[in-house]
Design a protein around this ligand. Sequence first.
Ligand SMILES: *Cc1c(COP(=O)(O)O)cnc(C)c1O
Length: 379
Amino acid sequence: MKQATKYIHAGAHPDPSTGAIMTPIYQTSTYVQEAPGVNKGFEYARSQNPTRFALEEALAIIENGKYGLAFSSGVAATDAVIKLLEPGDEVIAASDMYGGTYRLFTKVFEKFGIKFIYVDTTNVANIKAAVTANTKLIWLETPTNPLMNITDVAAAAAVAKDAKALLCVDNTFASPYLQNPLDMGADVVMHSVTKYLGGHSDVIQGALVMNDTALRDKLYFIQKSCGAVPGPMDCFLVLRGIKTLHVRMQRHCENGAAIAKWLRNHPKVSKVYWPGFEDHPNHAIAKRQMKDYGGMISFELKDDSVENAKRVLSSTKIFSLAESLGGVESLINHPASMTHASIPREERIKNGLTDSLIRLSVGIEDAEDLIADLQQAIG
Ligand SMILES: *Cc1c(COP(=O)(O)O)cnc(C)c1O
């Protein structure tokens, strides 16, 4: 089945009691049992909820996987993957990844004796060089935030296979519309569903998708034992969001391309980070493993000062100044003072996050209006 058809029908079964075409919101904590031990497969809603199950089925289908598991947030999904590990195990992770993932690894899990080694994963040889007998997990993110670095997932999967380690890919930025890491050899795909899958900036949620049954059973055990499950209303909203993922992503990509090209020709802009440019350092891999280049763009100003960036950020009228991404509305963000403010300036600049770096989550409004808004803001 083709993508568009899958997105609309994934996980959708008429409700058995009424025929309702949309999965109802089963807002319940428990289920009445006919006799002790006799039930309809539903005992307690932390373990089983029909709305969540419909969503988990949909998540598996759209990521070309066998099993989906939904969590109360993206970081809760990541947390579940790390809980597969034991003290002494090692994780090789991308040096340039979502700050909340880095915080979870360093501030929560290191003290339990799990070791995290950070490398530049855009060169897969760096991953290979970091493998030891204790390597149990390789954690990738591609494209990355906010510099849009791309890692070759298939090459990383080959390294993981040799190392007998799991490969987990945070596929939040691309969404299942642009790339499907399980098809490239990854073992687990993680999503912050909060972003493109929800798509309307109204839900916090996370997901994992995988093919291996034993791995699914372990992660389901962690999901129910630790209890970071999403509520049924949020599952309903995401089921609704998924139905338009392909249409939204097409427009995100079109608008993203138009804005990236326009920014690159702007006299006050010094650099634009977008994997669709042929001179982007990882363009060839992006072209091979992604269907299109998405709606996330970062750029730097020629006048590279925090003040100048703040002037632009406070002048946009359609782009809203906010963290997060992937919603239908356009957002603008300043990593130096917002998402990456906790990193010391020197280290931040060393990692390429300059004072004037601005990140855009390009929405699905009219591209001409978005460009006019940036024009008046940049000046
Ligand atoms: C937002 C985000 C997360 C964390 O997800 P939450 O839903 O906010 O918990 C993880 N990875 C990436 C790439 C993100 O953008």
